[in-house]
Design a protein around this ligand. Structure first.
Ligand code: KIV
Length: 261
């Protein structure tokens, strides 16, 4: 049985220089496998909209679906810190809405929630209500329509705004911040200037940790993104296994006597 990762562990890891490993998972099977692999943080990301539901953007997923995936993932994860994404439309209208939505995901089994963008009042209110919150800055996929596509954020002078947002998150009691698709030099600057643990995706190696989408790590995604690296050829392995099964059923070699009741 490995060691449990808690909210205070993240700051301790930053302080000791131990890199934080985070991966997404959306169900009990893969939550348990991530846990077995010794991953520190399992994120029930709203990327489930893309990976499992086949939606183009994360804007299409709501709070009940996220709670459903949090419950499933909770059933598999024992040691890693379980963080859940507040989906689009569940926290932007008011501070009260943010707290209520966060409570829903905590009741489903999350140990912290993550929200995108500059919402220091919502973060502070959740923290007052006993809910740890992780921020998410840079390219925030729920705002893809504002950005006009999946584009690197914070280039040049625009970087100053991201540093200020990270400082506001820090001051409002956030437990960490995901930095997505920003220049590596800016991610290093945020990591230097703010006490929060920074967790990068497409933000270079200078963060306190890294997060990747499960399907990208396992080679299940149809395309390989620049910010990602497949660690196995998942699509090929699965298609080969399914074809072998189909071939054996068709040839009559499965089930064999050993499989019979
Ligand atoms: O939903 C998600 O997978 C995420 C990561 C990309 C950080 O938010």
């Amino acid at each position: 049985m490995g060691k449990r990762v808690t909210v205070p562990s993240l700051r301790a890891m930053r302080a000791s220089g131990e890199r934080i490993v985070c991966v997404t998972a959306y169900d009990a099977t893969f939550g348990a496998l991530a846990d077995l692999a010794g991953v520190d943080v399992v994120l029930v990301g709203d990327s489930v909209a893309n990976t499992l539901l086949g939606l183009k953007e994360t804007v299409g997923i709501g709070l009940p679906e996220m709670a459903h995936h949090v419950r499933a993932t909770r059933a598999g994860v024992t040691n890693a810190l379980l963080v859940a994404d507040l989906p689009f439309g569940s926290y932007g209208a008011s501070v009260a809405q943010a707290v209520e939505s966060a409570v829903t995901l905590m009741k489903a089994g999350a140990e912290a929630v993550k929200l995108e963008g500059d919402h220091p009042e919502a973060v502070a209110a959740c923290v007052r209500a006993g809910i740890p919150v992780m921020g998410h800055l840079g390219f925030t996929p729920q705002s893809v329509n504002l950005f006009g596509g999946h584009k690197v954020q914070g280039k040049g002078d625009a970087g100053d705004a991201i540093v200020k947002q990270a400082q506001r998150l820090n001051d409002s009691g956030a437990i960490g911040v995901v930095l997505e698709l920003i220049p590596a030099a800016l991610a290093e600057r945020v990591t230097r200037e703010v006490d929060l643990p920074t967790i990068g995706i497409g933000a270079g190696a200078g963060c306190n940790g890294q997060v990747q989408v499960l399907h990208d790590v396992l080679g299940l995604s149809e395309r390989v993104y620049k910010h990602a690296k497949p660690y196995m050829t998942g699509r090929t392995a699965i298609v080969d296994a399914l074809q072998a099964y189909a071939d054996e059923v068709r040839s009559g070699s499965f089930p064999s006597e050993a499989n019979a009741s």
